[in-house]
Design a protein around this ligand. Structure first.
Ligand code: COA
Length: 196
């Protein structure tokens, strides 16, 4: 009762904040706790019924921090498809993070399409990042399930229906309908296609 009231309030406040910044929100997007959002909010799209959880009470495993959406540089954008749930994930984009429909993004996952800092040591600390040089888009296709504490880094492309095991690090392509685990994540098993 108390939680549902708090989540109604966080949903209303977050919708207002994001829409004022120009973000595109579908129908019935819900925010369980207040997310952290920054950068060009107009580059954020959340599909119908997306749920962003930032409250530890909002998910079975709990979350250690609020869901964070950060758009960086001139080309960053974040798109989350309909019916996807995100639990305390950090999502940062300088090149483009595209997440499909019906995905499950487990507690405390990190998804980022950039290295944030230039590779050359000269000026790495203080120079403006050369976003184009240090960023590659991330694509997570429909129906992907990402286990808790995984890291999905620049250039990753996870195929439809796949599962990323808890604590994995994905740096490249994972084929559709597979279970991938470890660092860097490798396919450990193929999932049977549903007969439906
Ligand atoms: C990926 C997962 C679904 C696989 O479950 P499963 O089908 O029962 O698979 P198994 O436990 O039989 O493991 C299959 C192989 O992957 C390996 N594996 C499983 N999880 C792994 C992990 N997190 N890291 C590394 N290897 C892993 C197993 O050791 C096994 O390897 P082997 O075939 O060489 O023995 C499960 O391990 C997992 O990570 N679930 C995520 C749960 C989660 O984070 N939920 C989010 C809540 S917010």
């Amino acid at each position: 009762m108390f939680n549902s009231l708090r989540w109604k309030i966080s949903t209303i406040a977050s919708r207002v904040m994001l829409r004022r910044g120009g973000a595109r929100l579908g129908k019935n997007v819900r925010f369980l706790g207040l997310p952290i959002v920054s950068g060009k909010l107009a580059a954020i799209t959340l599909g119908d019924r997306v749920v962003l959880t930032s409250d530890p009470k909002g998910t079975a495993l709990g979350v250690r921090c609020a869901t964070l959406l950060r758009v960086l540089g001139p080309s960053g954008h974040i798109s989350i498809g309909a019916d996807t749930g995100v639990s305390g994930a950090t999502i940062c984009s300088a090149a483009g993070v595209t997440i499909g429909e019906r995905c499950l993004i487990g507690a405390d996952v990190k998804i980022f399409d950039t290295d944030f800092h230039n590779h050359e040591p000269e000026g790495r600390r203080y120079a403006n990042p050369d976003w184009a040089a240090i960023s590659r888009p991330v694509v997570i296709e429909d129906d992907v399930f990402i286990g808790t504490n995984s890291i999905i880094s620049k250039g990753a492309h996870i195929g439809r229906g796949s599962i990323i095991a808890a604590g994995s690090i994905v740096t490249g392509a994972i084929p559709p309908m597979s279970i991938a685990a470890g660092s860097p994540a490798k396919v450990v098993r193929t999932l049977a296609a549903s007969s439906a």
